[in-house]
Design a protein around this ligand. Structure first.
Ligand SMILES: [Ca+2]
Ligand SMILES: [Ca+2]
Ligand SMILES: [Ca+2]
Length: 484
């Protein structure tokens, strides 16, 4: 800080900024502030696909795509991408990379296929082959989009020694037994070395969402960051916590002194906090809401921060394949190459009053709160536009021992493209019946249906998603069934 101005040295002590960069600057009071957060990566580099060497026939260089001065098209790193990895192709892309030290590196392939394209119809995600220096072969599934040039990424890990290497993306595997099916364009690869010290993410309470009169205190010494959040009865502090997958994490709730607060995860109460403690909880892939709500009318609970780290082994999942569950009506088992066991159940749901259902019998050793994970696909797609690319979700009415819960399942771009979605549920000890059903829901008048009002226009689905399998996991180690 010089003369009241704060300078940020992007490109030197901070990463160089480009069009796709994003950053947040938080300015907080606190002469005793500490900075415990660490950089998530020790090193990173981007290698453009359009700069990679290539062999084979059918290669193309596509672009220029969207830029800040051409916003009618989609942003693409380096403004170009390449095609050629497709069915019956022999295209090979070779990226020359150089890394600073031995390690296990994160590798992200930025890629895209139009989900409705004819070469995508059979398999969905396009498979390609990744090699390092001509070996260590992996087969990767490339992401789908609702248009060409809508980038997503497929992530994997590669072991590299310090120095130069060739990373290959190819349409055929080394021994010729496997080939690419589909058609994918590649923008770039990102290579990075994760910082082991950042395996635990830190969320400071003083930067969290404060509700109901919760205050920040910046005069605390010996705390993490710039201070704490102070809460009393009915006041809350909410953290927005990232998890890369649906699964177990350890959440350390760091308090200053004693505490009197309730802790909830995605709306599910997971117990009281009377001092700093560690809780193992089930987080959903993506953003999770973790809230502490004060309980004392007279004494502040001072929340310093959360520390969150992926763990495993405490909250163990039991999987149930849909093809082994009980089907009724039109519900039918079908083959899907990317489904668990190669099969899933489709055609659940239909017209109002239908009996086309899928029922799992889940055995719980104890009554309690569980995470119910549904591995599903939803291929039903209304026409996309730039401003409303994904307007239609399927829903399932999930009945658990007779209690019905309506859950929406977003479009997954292909029947063979499976995603996971988790909800907390209450199970009884012994056998539990979990039944999936669906029907077209009426308009707001409660009596008419969009399929009658606008025939031929897909506005509201009649069907449940295609269900591959469900997972049942204890929701938190502070709850029954693990306690007591
Ligand atoms: Ca590029
Ligand atoms: Ca803090
Ligand atoms: Ca299955």
């Amino acid at each position: 800080m010089v003369n009241g101005r704060v300078g940020f040295d992007f490109g030197n002590s901070l990463p160089r900024l480009k069009e796709s960069s994003a950053y947040q600057i938080t300015l907080a009071p606190g002469g005793s502030a500490t900075a415990p957060a660490v950089a998530p990566k020790l090193w990173q580099a981007t290698y453009e696909a359009e700069d990679a060497a290539h062999t084979g026939t059918g290669w193309s260089r596509n672009g220029p795509e969207g830029t800040p001065s051409d916003v009618a098209k989609f942003y693409t790193s380096g403004t170009y991408n390449v095609g050629g990895l497709r069915t019956n192709s022999d295209v090979v892309l070779n990226f020359n990379v150089s890394v600073p030290q031995n390690g296990t590196y994160d590798l992200s392939v930025f890629a895209n296929s139009l989900n409705t394209y004819n070469l995508i119809a059979e398999q969905g995600p396009t498979n390609i082959f990744l090699r390092v220096d001509g070996g260590a072969e992996q087969e990767l599934s490339m992401p789908l989009g609702y248009k060409w040039v809508v980038w997503d990424h497929a992530d994997t890990k590669v072991n590299l020694t310090a120095g130069s290497h060739t990373i290959t993306l190819a349409a055929r595997n080394l021994n010729g037994t496997r080939t690419t099916k589909g058609d994918v364009i590649i923008d770039k690869i990102d290579l990075s070395l994760p910082n082991p010290a950042a395996a635990q993410a830190i969320y400071e309470a003083e930067h969290a969402t404060l509700v109901g009169g919760a205050r920040t205190l910046h005069n605390q010494t010996g705390v993490s960051g710039a201070g704490v959040a102070a809460i009393r009865q009915g006041q809350s502090v909410s953290f927005w916590v990232y998890s890369p997958v649906d699964g177990e994490s350890a959440v350390d709730v760091d308090m200053v002194g004693s505490a009197n607060a309730g802790l909830s995860v995605n709306g599910q109460n997971v117990g009281d906090v009377t001092a700093s403690k560690r809780v193992k909880v089930f987080l959903s892939g993506g953003i999770n809401k973790i809230t502490l709500t004060g309980k004392s009318t007279t004494t502040d609970t001072r929340v310093d921060r959360l520390r969150v780290q992926r763990t495993q082994g405490t909250l163990v999942t039991t999987w149930y394949e849909a093809e082994n569950a009980q089907r009724a009506g039109t519900a039918v088992i079908a083959d899907y190459s990317l489904a668990s066991g190669g099969r899933a159940v489709t055609n659940v749901g239909g017209d109002p009053g239908n009996g086309n259902t899928l029922t799992f019998t889940v055995n719980a050793t104890q009554a309690g709160v569980y995470a119910l994970t549904v591995r599903y696909s939803n291929p039903e797609q209304a026409p996309a536009t730039h401003y409303n690319p994904d307007p239609l979700a399927r829903h399932a009415d999930i009945s658990i021992n007779g209690q019905v819960r309506r859950v929406t399942f977003p479009h997954s771009f292909h029947a063979n493209n499976y995603w996971e979605l988790t909800i907390p549920v209450q199970l009884v000890q012994g056998q539990n019946a979990i039944r999936f059903s669906a029907a077209e829901l009426p308009n707001f008048d409660g009596t008419t249906y969009a399929s009658d009002t606008f025939p031929g226009v897909l506005l509201r689905s009649k069907q449940a998603p295609i269900v591959d399998r469900i997972g049942v996991t204890p929701f938190a180690d502070t709850l029954s069934p693990l306690v007591g």
